[in-house]
Design a binder for this molecule. Structure first.
Ligand code: WTA
Length: 650
C-alpha cells in the first residue's frame, strides 16, 4: 500500500502516499470524490441533508442566516440534543446496544446501554430540576473521566441548562474564574479520580474554588474514591447518588431553539483571560454528527475510542455528542496510559475489540519512545481506522502509528480543528483521500479553507501563510460568552468576513494543507492549549517576580514545552528554590499542565525600543539557535547576557 515506505530518503522528503485500499473504499460511508464539488456548489443543501437524519421537534425555516460575522444555522428549528443522542435510538435494536463502555484506572468497568443511559440521564436531569435548575442556568462540571461526566452533560442538554466543563487538571483558582465568568448556579464534582494510581483531589479543589464564587448555590458530588466523605458541607453539598435516589425515570426533553446555547467551554487565547466559547444546539449537533459519521466511517458494529479527556473540546464533540448522535458505542478510559504498565491502551483495544482509535500525536510520540514491545503484547487486529488530533503530527510518528498500531492496514485520519470550530474542518475522508503523513489533507466537504498572506491574498503552493475559513460552518462558535466585541476582534477583524484561525499553514501542489502551528501567543503543550500570557500573569502574580515572558520551545514528545524568562524583584536572587516555588505557583494558579519546564532568570528581558518583548529572540535562545534579526533591540547587551548564560547550554 505504501509507496517507498521505510527509506530514510522518504522520511526527509515526505513523498509517501497512502491511497485508500479497495477493500476500505468498498465499505466506506462515503467514497465518491465528487462530494467535494457537490457540497461546495450548495453547502446549505449539503448540511441540510445531514440535519434531515436527525430528529427535530420543529423543522427549520432557513438553513443559514449569515450576517457576518454572526451566523445562525437551522433558523427556527427546535430540537433537543439529549433526545437525539439517546431517545431516538431507543426504538430500534440500539436500545440494548452499549452506548458507553467505561473502564476505570483501577480496572473497574461499567457498560451503559442506550436504555441505561436514558434512565440515568433522566434521573439526573430530574435531580437538577429538583435543585431549581431551569432552562438557561449555567452548570459547571469538574469531574474525572467517569460515566457521570457525559451523563451530567446530557442531563444539562435535556433540560436546556448550558454546561461548562472544566478539565480535572485545572486548579481551584482556574475553576473559580470560570464559575464567576459563567455565573454558574451548580458545580458538579467528585470526591476524586484515579490517575497513575493516585487520587486526584477534585473535591478539595472544588471546595477552594467556591471561596469567592457567590453564584454557586449547590455542589453535587459523585462518590468515586470514597476518601472525602467527611468533607461534605451541610446544606451546600449533595451526593449524586442521594440526588438521583427516587427520581422519576423519565424526563421530558426541553424543546430547544437551534440557536439556544448548548454549552460553553473555556479555552486559552492571546490574553491572560480564558475565553468562554459559546456553542449552540442545531448547527453543533449537525456538524459533529456529520463529521463523526464520515471521518471515522462509523458503522453500527464499531467500537469507537477517543482517548481525549472530555474536559477538552475533542471529548465534547468526539466522545460524547458526535458518537452518541450516531448511535455508536463510545469507550471512555479514566486514567493514565502507563498504569499499571505502558501497555494499558493496547490492553484496552484488545479487551473491547476497539475498531476505531482517535488520539493525540503527543501520545503517539510517547508510545514510540516506550517502544514496540508494548503494543506487541496485544492483539490489535480489531482496529480498522486510526485518527489523530490536537497538534501537527510529524511524519515519523504518523508512520509509526500506521505500522505498529494499525498493522499497516488502517487509514490514519489527521484531523485539524479548534475549540472554536466545534467540529473537524480539515481532514482526510478515509474512503476517498490519498493520505500523506504529516498533512491533514483537505477541507471537509462544504468547508472552504485557504492559506493567505498578510494582505489576505491566497499564497501559492509551497508558500506559508495564515489558515483562514472562508464561509460559515454549522458547529462554529457563535460568540465569546459575555464578550461579543472580543469575538469580532479576535476572529473576524483581520480579514473582513473571513474566519482567522491563528494557525500557520502551507498548501502543496495537490492542494493539501500542512499545519505549521499557532501564529499567536498560544502554545500547544501535549495537545493542551495554553496561552503564554496566562502563564506570564501567573508568574507575575508571585511577589518575587517583576516581569516574565514565556515562549513555547520545540519538544520532541510534547510538541512544545514552556520556557519562562523571569526578572526577579531587586532584593531577590534566583535559586533552585525559587524555580521550584514559581513552578508551584503556576500549578496553583492554573494547573500542572501550565507549569513551565524551565525557568531562566534574567536581569532584563529583550525589548524593542517601543517596549515590546521580543519573544522571537527568547525562542531562539531557548532552542539554542543563532539569533535572528536583532536590529530593533533597545539594548543588545540584554540578549548578549542571556546568550552567555543560557544560549550555548544545549
Ligand atoms: C492545533 C483541539 C495541526 C492548532 C481540537 C489549533 C492541530 C489548536 C491539529 C486548537 C492538527 C489541532 N494538526 N494542528 N490535526 N488539531 N491543532 O482548541 O494549532 O484545543 O489551532 O482544539 O490545536 O486546539 P484546541
Amino acid at each position: 500500500m505504501a509507496q517507498d515506505s521505510g527509506s530514510i530518503e522518504a522520511l526527509l522528503h515526505e513523498d509517501r502516499t497512502f491511497p485508500p485500499s479497495e477493500e476500505f473504499k468498498k465499505q466506506a460511508n462515503i467514497s465518491d470524490p465528487n462530494i467535494y464539488e457537490e457540497a461546495l456548489k450548495d453547502p446549505e443543501a449539503f448540511w441540510a441533508k445531514f440535519a434531515d437524519e436527525l430528529d427535530w421537534i420543529k423543522k427549520w425555516d432557513k438553513v443559514l442566516q449569515w450576517d457576518p460575522p454572526h451566523a445562525q444555522w437551522f433558523v427556527g428549528g427546535k430540537l433537543n440534543v439529549s433526545y437525539n443522542c439517546i431517545d431516538r435510538h431507543l426504538t430500534s435494536a440500539r436500545r440494548n446496544k452499549a452506548a458507553i463502555i467505561w473502564e476505570g484506572e483501577p480496572g473497574d468497568r461499567q457498560v451503559y446501554t442506550y436504555w441505561d443511559l436514558y434512565r440515568e440521564v433522566c434521573r439526573f436531569a430530574n435531580g437538577l430540576k429538583s435543585l431549581g435548575v431551569k432552562k438557561g442556568d449555567r452548570i459547571t462540571i469538574y469531574l474525572p473521566m467517569i460515566p457521570e461526566l457525559p451523563i451530567a452533560m446530557l442531563a444539562c442538554a435535556r433540560i436546556g441548562a448550558p454546561h461548562s466543563v472544566v478539565f480535572g487538571g485545572f486548579s481551584a483558582e482556574a475553576i473559580r474564574d470560570r464559575l464567576n465568568d459563567s455565573q454558574s448556579k451548580i458545580l458538579i464534582t467528585a470526591d476524586g479520580g484515579y490517575r497513575r494510581g493516585n487520587i486526584i483531589q477534585l473535591k478539595q479543589n472544588a471546595d477552594e474554588s467556591l471561596d469567592g464564587a457567590p453564584s454557586v448555590e449547590k455542589m453535587i458530588v459523585v462518590r468515586r474514591t470514597g476518601h472525602a466523605d467527611e468533607n461534605m458541607v451541610d446544606g451546600r453539598d449533595i451526593w449524586w447518588h442521594d440526588l438521583v435516589e427516587g427520581q422519576p425515570l423519565t424526563c421530558e426533553p426541553e424543546p430547544m431553539d437551534s440557536e439556544d446555547m448548548l454549552y460553553l467551554l473555556y479555552t486559552s487565547g492571546t490574553t491572560g483571560k480564558p475565553k468562554g466559547i459559546v456553542h449552540t444546539t442545531g448547527g453543533y449537533l449537525v456538524g459533529t454528527y456529520a463529521t463523526t459519521k464520515w471521518i471515522f466511517d462509523l458503522k453500527e458494529d464499531d467500537v469507537y475510542w477517543c482517548t481525549a479527556d472530555i474536559g477538552w473540546v475533542t471529548g465534547h464533540s468526539y466522545i460524547v455528542y458526535g458518537p452518541l448522535a450516531n448511535g455508536a458505542t463510545t469507550v471512555m478510559y479514566e486514567g493514565s496510559p502507563d498504569w499499571p504498565d505502558r501497555d494499558r491502551f493496547w490492553a484496552i483495544i484488545a479487551k473491547y475489540g476497539i475498531t476505531i482509535c482517535y488520539t493525540a500525536p503527543t501520545a503517539i510520540r510517547t508510545f514510540m519512545r516506550w517502544g514496540e514491545e508494548y503494543p506487541e503484547r496485544h492483539d490489535l487486529t480489531s482496529l480498522r481506522l486510526l485518527g489523530t488530533v490536537g497538534e501537527p503530527i510529524n511524519p515519523e510518528a504518523w508512520v509509526w502509528y500506521w505500522k505498529n498500531i494499525g498493522g499497516g492496514r488502517c487509514p490514519v485520519v489527521d484531523t485539524w480543528w479548534q475549540t472554536e470550530t466545534g467540529m473537524v474542518l480539515i481532514t482526510p475522508l478515509p474512503g476517498i483521500t490519498t493520505l500523506k503523513p504529516g498533512s491533514a489533507t483537505r477541507a471537509f466537504p462544504g468547508i472552504e479553507a485557504e492559506v493567505v498572506d498578510e494582505s489576505g491574498a491566497p499564497v501559492g503552493p509551497g508558500a506559508g501563510g495564515y489558515l483562514v475559513i472562508k464561509r460559515p460552518w454549522p458547529a462554529m462558535l457563535r460568540t465569546l460568552y459575555g464578550d461579543p466585541d472580543r469575538y469580532v476582534e479576535q476572529y473576524w477583524a483581520r480579514y473582513p468576513d473571513i474566519y482567522f484561525t491563528a494557525d500557520g499553514a502551507k498548501i502543496d501542489e495537490d492542494g493539501y494543507f500542512w499545519l505549521l502551528g499557532r501564529v499567536d501567543d498560544v502554545i500547544n503543550v501535549s495537545a493542551h492549549r495554553i496561552s503564554t500570557m496566562e502563564v506570564e500573569s501567573a508568574l507575575v502574580d508571585n511577589s518575587k517576580v517583576a516581569e516574565a515572558a514565556c515562549i513555547g520551545r520545540t519538544d520532541e514528545i510534547k510538541g512544545q514545552a514552556i520556557v519562562a524568562f523571569v526578572t526577579l524583584k531587586d532584593h531577590v536572587t534566583g535559586s533552585e528554590e525559587i524555580v521550584a516555588e514559581l513552578k508551584r505557583h503556576v500549578t496553583t494558579k492554573i494547573g500542572a499542565m501550565a507549569r513551565p519546564d524551565e525557568i531562566y532568570f534574567t536581569g532584563e528581558l529583550p525589548k524593542t525600543r517601543s517596549g515590546k518583548i521580543m519573544r522571537r529572540l527568547l525562542r531562539d535562545i531557548a532552542e539554542g539557535r543563532t539569533l535572528g534579526d536583532t536590529t530593533t533591540l533597545a539594548d543588545p547587551a540584554v540578549v548578549q547576557a542571556l546568550m552567555e548564560q543560557y544560549g550555548e547550554e544545549e
